[in-house]
Design a protein around this ligand. Structure first.
Ligand code: LLP
Length: 413
């Protein structure tokens, strides 16, 4: 559901928990991100309960949103962190994660990132290259760290039914290792005396609408690791879907768990959800700067753009757009666009919505995942502030201030 118990309309006002979004927006510059920590806590708890039958350990995928208040909330709930760079590891540690509870993943880790992660005592390494095993082994041997936990990322050659940009498990993808490469590594563990290759990682994509591809991937995984009893852990990655449209029906987590649980028996299970934890807890608030009608179309030019939320431009993604204050305005079909000098800078195409006026504020919904995390400074635009509403639902604070022009030029000689 796009609306949920934390982000919903009450008496014509869009609310974030107990607070009217417009009351917060009036005190700040737009565009601005707002997140409900209560919703994030509840999303995490729901996932934890759903996966209890397989005893899964959840590592929140920080790439979806690495806001420090969000990381702290999840770490306080007991989540580990899935990090894909030295930067994400640093953020996770700063937010209070124990190094042991961090998974370091990524198809192109640098030697320096690997050495630093080994020194810091990171708990798991998801490995995607044979050479990476050597680097890890050398890094561990140089500081005498024994039995580093490694999961080999398997490319099962299964095509997930999702947008091609976020499908990762097909044969042509850059991700993971082939059956042969994994077999080679498992046949010769003596080549890596400082490593304990005891896990297999299989993430086939994001926003997976059903379990069919996951079940196929799992069957291939089980076939591959069946003769290696030292593999005691299966990391299934993330990919749990969220509804971006009000009427979008999705399978429940509980159904998914009941389908996959029989295949996970006897293994420790790790998960790396990102989107499902944060997407529906976040909105991006924007103000209408201009309205124009040309070539038979209505354009709402708002102050948010592809630099704050690239998903519509990059994946053709749909995000509902809701006025902060509902009025009985006539319905129109409009284009909601940003100020950036790119024709792809469109947030909604031919969208039926209530007629807007200059100065009206709107929320771009379900923007908590891969929104701010993918924001850029293109067109020398400052990235927006991030507001968090506390888990009590009744108070808000600025967790990250809006960037200034000085921030933009700070690194320049
Ligand atoms: N684990 C691995 C290895 C991943 O590559 C990803 C996402 C996740 C976990 C978390 O997946 P999630 O639970 O969020 O689906 N920017 C795109 C999504 C890119 C996903 C990249 N990898 C979007 O906005 O749809």
């Amino acid at each position: 559901m796009v609306f949920n118990s934390s982000i919903c309309i009450v008496d014509a006002a869009l609310m974030i928990d107990d607070l009217p979004v417009d009351a917060i927006a009036r005190e700040l510059e737009t565009p601005v991100y707002m997140y409900s920590l209560k919703r994030i806590q509840e999303n995490y708890r729901r996932m934890k309960v759903a996966f209890e039958p397989v005893g899964a350990r959840i590592h929140y995928s920080a790439k979806a949103n690495s806001n420090p208040a969000i990381l702290r909330t999840l770490i306080d709930e007991g989540a580990g962190i899935d990090a894909v760079s030295g930067g994400e590891i640093a953020r996770a540690l700063l937010a209070g994660a124990a190094a042991q509870d961090i998974v370091f993943a990524g198809v192109g880790k640098t030697v320096a990132e690997i050495a630093s992660a080994v020194e810091r005592g990171i708990g798991w390494f998801n490995v995607e290259n044979e050479l990476e095993l050597q680097y890890l082994n050398e890094a561990a041997s140089s500081i005498g760290r024994q039995k580093l936990q490694v999961a080999l990322r398997f490319n099962p050659e299964v095509s997930a039914d999702t947008h091609p940009h976020i499908s990762t498990g097909h044969g042509g993808a850059k991700f993971g290792l082939t059956v042969r490469a994994i077999g080679d590594a498992l046949e010769q563990p003596q080549r890596y005396p400082y490593l304990s290759i005891c896990g297999i990682h299989v993430h086939i994509g994001s926003q997976l609408g059903d379990s069919a591809a996951t079940l196929q991937a799992l069957a291939k995984t089980k076939q591959l690791i069946g003769s290696y009893p030292e593999i005691h852990t299966i990391n299934l990655g993330g990919g749990f879907p969220v509804a971006y449209r009000q009427d979008q029906a999705l399978p429940s987590l509980e159904d998914l768990v009941s389908e996959i649980a029989p295949h996970l028996h006897g293994y420790q299970v790790l998960l790396e959800p990102g989107r499902a934890v944060v997407a529906n807890a976040g909105i991006l608030v924007a103000t209408v700067l201009y309205v124009k009608e040309q070539a038979g179309k209505v354009f709402y030019i708002v102050d948010a753009s592809m630099t704050e939320l690239i998903r519509p431009a990059l994946y053709g993604a749909h995000h509902e757009i809701v006025p902060l204050v509902q009025a009985d305005a006539e319905r129109v079909v409009a284009q909601v666009v940003g100020p950036v000098c790119e024709s792809a800078d469109v947030l909604a195409t031919d969208r039926e919505m209530a007629r807007l006026q200059v100065g009206d504020r709107v929320a771009i919904m379900t923007a908590g995942a891969y929104g701010m995390a993918m924001a850029s400074n293109y067109n020398s635009r400052a990235r927006p502030a991030e507001v968090v509403v506390a888990v009590d639902g009744g108070s808000w604070s600025v967790s990250r201030r809006r960037e200034t022009i000085r921030d933009l030029i700070n690194c320049e000689a």
